[in-house]
Ligand binder design. Structure first.
Ligand code: MG
Ligand code: MG
Length: 256
């Protein structure tokens, strides 16, 4: 049996630099998309903007064609958690919309997502967006040499559940590098001090998916991609690509 440690690929300083350059494209694309979120815009229009932006900056939209995925971004409104296919859905005031972008650049993938309010949103939705960012921030703080993998999920679960939010369990954070999904899979819940130790050069896409209800999910039978909360509650998603370095966590998709 191979151990979990043996399959977590560590990136060299030069490789991390390439990822940081690619990460700037990813983060500026997400910033551009967020600025274009408004009532009346379709998710297909956002997808087209993203595809042009990524290509104009010398990157490749990694999602397009990934296991047959037909678009360059995932766009997941309201009770849809992740993997929404952009299309004719027209954003309206009060929606929240998760936008997920993956860019391949110089051979490496960076992966980042944010959830944006469309116009004025109800107080509970605004609270959900805030707590999801906070879950990410607490988790990113754990991305340090000599911490263990379980510390990441534990941080997310602690922040969310202490305030009564649900943590989606069937979808995970993950290693990222030459492939979009590398080992390890990182549950967004768990016990501190467990799992393999973190070492410089490891890179993870940390992505809490938090709900106003429970953690069960439902896959769309209609398109085979979109994943919703089973109870129909609102869900938010926030993600960055984060490296373990000698000097602590380094967020590679924060450069916008
Ligand atoms: Mg993503
Ligand atoms: Mg990801």
């Amino acid at each position: 049996m191979r151990t979990a440690e043996s399959v977590i690929v560590r990136k060299s300083p030069g490789e991390l630099e390439a990822m940081e350059e690619g990460g700037r494209i990813t983060s500026s694309c997400l910033k551009m998309l967020s600025e274009n979120v408004r009532a009346g815009v379709t998710t297909r229009e956002l997808d087209r903007l993203a595809e042009e932006f990524i290509q104009d900056h010398g990157g490749k939209p990694e999602f397009k064609g990934y296991q047959g995925f037909p678009a360059s971004i995932c766009a997941s409104p309201n009770a849809m958690i992740v993997h929404g296919i952009p299309g004719s859905y027209r954003l309206k005031d009060g929606d929240i919309i998760s936008l997920d972008v993956g860019v391949r650049y110089r051979g490496f993938v960076t992966d980042s997502a944010t959830t944006v309010a469309v116009g004025e949103v109800p107080e509970d939705a605004a609270g959900l967006l805030a707590v999801t960012r906070e879950c990410f921030a607490e988790a990113a703080e754990q991305v340090r040499a000599d911490n263990r993998l379980g510390d990441i999920g534990h941080a997310i679960q602690s922040v969310a559940e202490a305030r009564g939010y649900g943590v989606v369990r069937d979808l995970v954070s993950h290693g990222v590098g030459r492939k979009m999904h590398e080992d390890p899979q990182i549950p967004n819940y768990g016990s501190p001090g467990t799992g393999p130790p973190l070492m410089p050069g490891m890179v993870f896409a940390i992505e809490p998916m938090i709900t106003l209800g429970g953690y069960e999910i439902r896959m769309s039978e209609w398109d085979g991609w979109s994943i919703y909360t089973a109870d129909g509650s609102l869900s938010a998603h926030y993600e960055h690509t984060v490296a373990v370095t000698e000097h602590g966590p380094r967020i590679l998709t924060n450069g916008a």
